[in-house]
Ligand binder design. Structure first.
Ligand SMILES: [Zn+2]
Ligand SMILES: [Zn+2]
Length: 283
């Protein structure tokens, strides 16, 4: 009875998080990131690429976008006709731009992004726990099977199959979960881990890294009692994210914490660099 109670608690959490990962719709960028009719006409009628680029710069001026393409242009989605918010990417499977897109997951047949990243992580965690629990509770019967103590012949196959499937899924999920834990600790999405986000002063793979605690809070929220439940608690609206550079220039103490290495002189240089960047944003 004790085994059954624990089993069902884990089972409910596992199914609940799986359900939320599958059925939470990926979020599209807000209306203000879409091109207005007039802008669209001006952009499409223009043939010179450098003027097109300038048009995008003008439109993006009133939007909170700080990331750029590899060659320094404003990130624009041709298919959705919108200025891509920071960390947003176009998913060709969903045929739309997805806020803070992480990856398109065939196992949940959904895009993993800002709207369901927390649910996806909890799903990985609870499925690991579920597999581990099954493997641990069935192990006793595998031993019995081995030593020929199992009287019911038909359950032999069930017992072996259960252990095999549970261990197999546990091992493969363990690597995926471990990888995502590492990503959260650095505040990177899977896509950003493959190619670093580009800012106005070049690519920076740690551009959104605010330190372990703040990175964790960004995904799971500040209320610890909601961390383990698949309910919405992530910080922000998915359109803009605090950046290391801006946070440091507003709070110089942050700069001394860990990110810039040990050289004091170097830190000063970096901080003045970042305040230059802020001025650039404002102008
Ligand atoms: Zn798009
Ligand atoms: Zn997708």
């Amino acid at each position: 009875v004790a085994y059954l109670i624990v089993f069902h608690v884990i089972f409910v959490l596992f199914v609940w998080t799986y359900w939320k990962s599958i059925f939470t719709l990926p979020l599209q960028p807000d209306k203000k990131f879409h091109m207005s009719y007039a802008d669209k006409e001006r952009y499409e009628n223009e043939e010179r690429p450098e003027v097109q680029r300038q048009i995008l710069v003008e439109i993006a001026r009133k939007l909170p976008v700080y990331t750029r393409t590899g060659n320094g242009a404003i990130r624009f989605c041709d298919r959705c006709q919108l200025i891509k918010p920071d960390r947003c990417h176009h998913c060709s499977v969903c045929a739309m731009c997805v806020l803070k897109m992480d990856h398109h997951c065939p196992w949940v047949n959904n895009c993993v992004g800002f709207s369901n990243y927390k649910f996806f992580l909890l799903f990985l965690m609870y499925s690991l726990l579920y597999c581990m629990y099954i493997a641990a509770t069935v192990f006793k019967y595998v031993i019995k099977y081995w030593t020929d103590e199992l009287t019911n012949g038909r359950s032999k196959f069930h017992v072996l199959f259960l252990l095999f499937v549970a261990v197999m899924f546990f091992l493969s999920l363990m690597f995926l979960f471990g990888y995502h834990c590492w990503l959260i600790s650095r505040n990177r999405s899977t896509l950003e881990a493959f190619s670093a986000p580009v800012f106005q002063n070049g690519p920076d793979k740690n551009g959104f890294n605010l330190g372990f605690k703040k990175n964790l809070q960004q995904v799971f929220g500040e209320e610890k009692k909601l961390w383990l439940l698949p309910v919405v608690s992530s910080q922000g609206d998915g359109h803009s994210f605090p950046m290391r550079m801006l946070c440091e220039s507003q709070n110089p103490l942050l700069a001394n914490e860990e990110q810039w290495g040990d050289d004091g002189l170097d830190e000063e240089n970096h901080v003045s660099d970042s305040s230059d960047l802020v001025n650039e944003h404002r102008t």
